[in-house]
Design a protein around this ligand. Structure first.
Ligand code: 3PG
Length: 306
């Protein structure tokens, strides 16, 4: 079988070498297709692939149609909103993710972003400390729970909400359950967003929620840009000159936000939450093992299009 590692944002060389070892030692062919420029390049590259390992690469219906031999796609990471699940299912292609493998890297970035904004983007202006402040975690999954643990260790009070967890589970994870999403936003100096982009969540964080935040609060988004209602965010920052926004997933209206709000807004130049050597190894190797396992035993653990 041919396993293609198709990553526009490449893994470290060490991770690629280790992925190759797993694939080749299991008797498969390996090829890497990295740093490609256009989506059409990806469409062309997948023609003879039996399996794909991807990151945020867009596996559209066109990609799936072009990959005539494709049997399995593994998203080396958590979010799979970049894969057309319907097209994959129709074509009989199995889609998996590697949940938890890059969570620590993203959680560390969320904490770093809070401190960066608290200290006015590392300028000499007087900032604030995060110790003693309250953080609200929106979605208490793999990343959210790690953010909570780290925030607690830094002296923050931790609150969380998650539609898939009971209050008891949130308490067991070390956070105080919020009564509602509105309560979370109204109670916390920082809200860290960890929801996936789904039809239910797209555009769900807008003016009403953001302006509920207390004076001087910061919204931290290491999840997906699509979950933010960008016009609502812009209006909230306009009406509330004390609020800040920091993100690892740049909004489409970033230039406008930066021009209007200066140091109150920051976005990383390219999504980098999962871009640590450790996360590359964890997620990349897990993806390779899942593909090899599927071909050897038919194991479909972590399949997301069941
Ligand atoms: C994820 O969903 O796992 C993260 O957003 C990481 O995405 P990346 O692999 O494109 O860095």
């Amino acid at each position: 079988m041919k396993v293609l590692l198709a990553t526009q944002k490449p893994f470290s060389a060490a991770a690629v070498a280790a992925i190759k070892d797993i694939v080749v030692n299991a008797g498969h062919e390996f090829a890497a297709f990295e740093k490609y420029a256009e989506q059409s390049d990806l469409v062309a590259a997948v023609a003879d692939a039996d399996a794909l390992i991807i990151r945020s690469d867009k596996v559209t219906a066109e990609v799936i149609a072009a990959a005539k031999n494709l049997k399995i796609v593994v998203r080396a990471g958590a979010g799979f909103d970049n894969v057309d699940l319907e097209a994959a299912t129709k074509a009989g292609v199995i889609v998996m993710n590697t949940p938890g493998q890059n969570s620590n890297a993203v959680a560390e970035l969320a904490i770093a972003m809070m401190i960066f904004m608290a200290r006015t983007q590392f300028t000499p202006a007087t900032g604030t400390e995060i110790q003693g402040k309250k953080i609200g975690i929106q979605a208490f999954g793999n990343v959210g729970r790690l953010v909570g643990k780290k925030a607690e260790a830094l002296g923050m009070e931790v609150m969380a909400i998650d539609p898939f967890l009971t209050d008891e589970q949130i308490i067991a994870g070390g956070a105080k359950p919020a009564a509602s999403l509105e309560d979370l936003y109204a109670s916390c100096d920082y809200v860290s967003v960890h929801i996936p982009a789904t039809p239910q969540t797209v555009g769900s964080i807008g003016y009403d929620l953001i302006t509920k935040m207390p004076k001087g609060a910061t919204l931290v988004n290491t999840a997906r840009k699509e979950v933010i209602d960008e016009a609502g965010l812009e209006k909230a920052l306009e009406d509330r000159p004390d609020l800040k926004y920091v993100t690892d997933v740049a909004p489409d209206n970033l230039a406008v936000l930066q021009e209007k709000f200066g140091l109150r807004v920051f976005a990383t130049p390219k999504k980098m939450g999962a871009q640590s050597a450790e996360a590359n190894i964890n997620a990349g190797l897990a993806a390779a093992r899942q593909i090899v396992g599927y071909f050897e035993t038919g194991c479909t653990k972590f399949q997301v299009n069941k």
